[in-house]
Design a protein around this ligand. Structure first.
Ligand SMILES: C[S@@+](CC[C@H](N)C(=O)[O-])C[C@H]1O[C@@H](n2cnc3c(N)ncnc32)[C@H](O)[C@@H]1O
Length: 295
């Protein structure tokens, strides 16, 4: 990686230094850097990162998982006497690509011009769009931390930059990949609330932090009270852990591909679907997400 002058860099091992693999740093806070950005240079740096990641084995694994999830959303009618195993299904998933009509929404990418983690995540987003054959303009991105220069870069790449803070409350009107790397729990909870029905949830594929990890790291009573939609979804979603190489541990750690099979959603009590209340978070002093400003 040639990132001289960048705030966050891959730490290279000095002679005699510990052999423990160093990893990329996580992004600092959410304050976007408003310094002038060289759009052309930044786009080139992102393209270089895409080329670097394209060859990584872990990326190939992610791609397979996405294809499998995408084709599971549009299964072919079963052929009578069909007894194929998982390997055949994966082959079939490959044949079925592109994932039909997938759109994409990315929340919480972070400040990718100053933070290498966010740039690596952006590079994987671009690879995911390519693998799923989602047109760049069908991918909407939003992070309150984006600087005006970063917004220019994202538009230059062809992505659609949302201008309003939806607090994650985005309705999936068609099959949609939500890419939400290391986002605050409230963002996931809001997204689930907005799509809380047996019809909508199966439209979503989420690539982000695993829900089971969130639950395991939380105090059960508080998790159920504050993040009730994640807390209910965790038992009925399909969570496939996505691999991550040790040198990119801080960038892609704890990442899962999450889907919502209808048959599993049916296990939740009928009452959960009736007028689900909008999350309020009155007990959460440290919400981890930026709320929209009320004028
Ligand atoms: C912990 S950081 C993760 C940044 C980066 N993805 C990473 O892994 O290093 C959480 C990100 O969520 C963003 N965020 C906060 N509120 C948001 C909102 N309402 N909508 C979208 N993104 C939001 C923050 O600005 C921040 O960039």
């Amino acid at each position: 990686m040639s990132d001289a002058g960048e705030e966050w860099q891959v730490a290279r091992r000095r002679k005699g230094a510990s052999r423990k693999p160093k990893s990329l740093q996580v992004c600092p806070g959410s304050a976007g850097c408003q310094e002038q950005l060289d759009v052309r240079k930044t786009v080139k740096r992102i393209a270089d990162t895409v080329s670097e990641l394209r060859c990584e084995d872990f990326w190939k694994d992610w791609r397979e998982q996405l294809w499998a999830a995408g084709s599971a959303q549009h299964p072919k009618p079963p052929v009578h006497g069909d007894t194929e195993g998982p390997v055949d299904q994966l082959e079939k998933a490959r044949e079925d690509r592109p994932c039909q009509q997938l759109g994409c929404v990315c929340f919480g990418l972070g400040s990718f011009s100053s933070c290498a983690s966010a740039r690596y995540q952006l590079a994987i987003l671009l690879l995911l769009l390519d693998a799923a054959q989602i047109p760049l303009e069908d991918c909407s991105v939003y992070d309150p931390a984006f600087s005006t220069g970063e917004i220019d870069v994202l538009r230059d790449l062809g992505l659609t930059v949302l201008t309003e803070n939806e607090e994650g409350k985005r309705l999936a009107t068609k099959p949609t990949l939500f890419y939400m790397m290391h986002c605050g729990k409230a963002l996931y909870n809001n997204l689930l609330w907005k799509n809380w029905s047996i019809q909508r949830l199966p439209l979503m594929i989420i690539i982000g932090n695993g829900f089971s990890g969130m639950r395991d790291r939380s105090i059960e009573r508080e998790f159920k009270r504050d993040y009730s939609y994640i807390s209910q979804a965790v038992d009925v979603c399909a969570e496939r852990k996505l691999p991550c190489p040790s040198h990119l541990i801080d960038v892609f750690s704890d990442t899962a591909l999450i889907t919502f099979p209808t048959s599993d959603l049916n296990r939740l009590p009928q009452s959960t679907w009736e007028e689900p209340p909008e999350p309020q978070y009155q007990h959460c002093p440290d919400l981890e997400i930026t709320l929209k400003t009320v004028n």
